[in-house]
Design a protein around this ligand. Structure first.
Ligand code: ADP
Ligand code: MG
Length: 475
């Protein structure tokens, strides 16, 4: 399965999308990409894969959702020997959520060979099962720096066979104060290896990391270009004190099912939440003060469309892979135009249209000018008066999340829950949305109209042959 053929000379990433076929990938891997319907490379993949498949170290800068995971997963999988039961690649991520997203994506791609084991090693879970999994042999580990360090210290993780080290969301890891941990872990990796670093921005620490732990890294930086017409950007002039109320007006006018609202501070997130609640709009927020379980619940409800508004700071929202985002609202204009472009790039993905709505007080005008210059477009100004605020129809998400106590530990699988709802309980497949199984709980989205009845019927029936406790996550 190893493929050490040199990469053919490729033209720099061009306007037209390129097929993966031009890369030195094995036929089995190409077949998996077709199966996943990855027909063409994303720009960061097209720019970086020819370099990384040829063995170079890489520093890459690209926005969230640009396909960075496959950009590092393909080179590490290409080098991997599935018959060698040792850790050959390691990916460091800032948080458990991101580590889990990366683990899932690598697992999907790793299906090109039998029995490639990808293990996620993060804090917040018990050490012992992780140690046992490591004893059984893993080919690839994905984890947070602190937990990886713990395993190294206890001797449960051996890196002698490692040939690839990836630092994903490196700027975020530095934000979180992981420099020393990353350095500690990197020092224990064999010198003969490929190192790839991915980052959305370039704070000082990145250069220091690169200098200490990378060999002649190639750099790929993709200035973001959004396809015209997909993201419709509008600026609203507001007085500072009407800012939060204006968010409610925008939501009631545009009525998006999923909106990410960016605030510059945590306090503003909390204030906005209060204002929205008072208007009967259910919103949730992500911040560093939440426990892991609470964070999981917020993200699950947002992703399965049972919460329409997620309020977050840039740091809290970094790296989240959220599909189907109809709108991004900038509650404040950020001083950094790159961050602005990064924020609005989260809507209008794939073939969907998206709204990028920004609220600007007179003191923000300079910021808007800088953004407009960088985007090469005239800002489109609108007034709050143009919004139809008379629509008093409440803004209600289409789904409700039910929490079932019992998850991976009880060996519950999505199919068990779907089976219980569509079997004995008598609902249809169409009334059931996304099902997410975590260690201790299972979350299932159902259409709002059947939520109460679904709780009743699930509680009086059985899931996987057992009576379960069920509740709706609504208050
Ligand atoms: P990033 O790490 O840059 O935020 P991800 O690696 O999480 O982005 O990818 C975002 C989404 O795009 C994922 O759902 C992934 O499955 C999908 N994806 C990645 N590469 C491709 C591709 N070449 N074609 C289609 N979809 C892709
Ligand atoms: Mg990523």
């Amino acid at each position: 399965m190893t493929n050490s053929a040199p990469s053919p000379a490729l033209p720099a990433a061009s306007e037209s999308a390129q097929s993966f076929d031009v890369l030195p990938l094995s036929p089995a891997l190409l077949a998996i990409l077709r199966q996943l319907e990855y027909h063409t490379m994303t720009p960061i993949q097209a720019a970086s894969l020819p370099l990384t498949l040829a063995g170079h170290d890489l520093i890459a800068q690209a926005k969230t959702g640009s396909g960075k995971t496959a950009a590092f997963a393909l080179p590490l999988l290409t080098k991997l020997n599935p018959r060698r039961f040792a850790v050959q690649a390691m990916v460091l991520c800032p948080t458990r959520e991101l580590a889990e997203q990366v683990t899932q994506e690598i697992r999907r791609l790793a299906r090109f060979a039998d029995n490639i084991k990808v293990l996620s090693l993060c804090g917040g879970s018990i050490m012992r099962p992780q140690r046992e999994s490591l004893e059984h042999g893993a080919h690839i580990v994905v984890g947070t720096p602190g937990r990886i360090m713990d395993h190294l210290d206890r001797g449960s993780l051996n890196l002698d066979a490692l040939n690839t080290l990836v630092l994903d969301e490196a700027d975020r890891m530095l934000d979180m104060g992981f420099y020393d941990q990353i350095a500690y872990v990197a020092k224990q990796c064999p010198l003969q290896r490929q190192t790839m670093l991915f980052s959305a921005t370039y704070p000082d620490g990145i250069g220091r990391l690169a200098q200490r732990f990378m060999r002649k890294p190639q750099e790929v930086k993709l200035l973001e270009q959004h396809e015209h017409g997909k993201i419709r950007q509008r600026f609203y002039e507001v007085k500072h004190e009407e800012r939060l109320q204006a968010v409610a007006l925008l939501l009631k006018h545009y009525r998006p099912v999923s909106t990410l609202a960016f605030c510059n501070t945590k306090q503003q997130c909390r204030d906005l939440l209060d204002v929205l609640y008072a208007q009967g709009i259910k919103a949730l927020t992500l911040n560093g003060d939440l426990e892991q379980r609470e964070r999981d619940q917020v993200l699950i409800q947002f992703a399965n469309r049972s919460c329409s508004v997620l309020v977050a700071t840039d740091v809290a929202a970094r790296g989240l892979d959220i599909a189907q985002l109809e709108a991004v609202i900038n509650v404040d204009v950020t001083p950094d135009p790159e961050i602005h472009i990064h924020r609005i790039g989260r809507t209008g993905r794939a073939d969907e249209d998206g709204w990028a709505l920004s609220l600007c007080s007179p003191s923000d005008m300079r910021r808007v000018e800088t953004i407009a210059k960088m985007m090469g477009a005239e800002p489109e100004w609108h007034t709050l008066d143009s919004l139809q605020s008379d629509s008093d129809k409440p803004l209600v998400p289409p789904m409700v999340t039910l929490q079932i106590l019992g998850g991976r530990k009880e060996k519950i699988r999505p199919g068990d829950v779907l089976g219980a709802l569509t079997g004995e309980a008598g609902f249809t497949r169409e009334q059931v949305g996304k099902i997410t199984v975590t260690d201790m709980s299972t979350y299932v989205a159902v259409v709002r109209g059947i939520a109460r009845e679904a709780v009743k019927r699930l509680s009086s029936g059985k899931v996987k042959g057992k009576v379960v406790k069920v509740r709706a996550l609504e208050d």
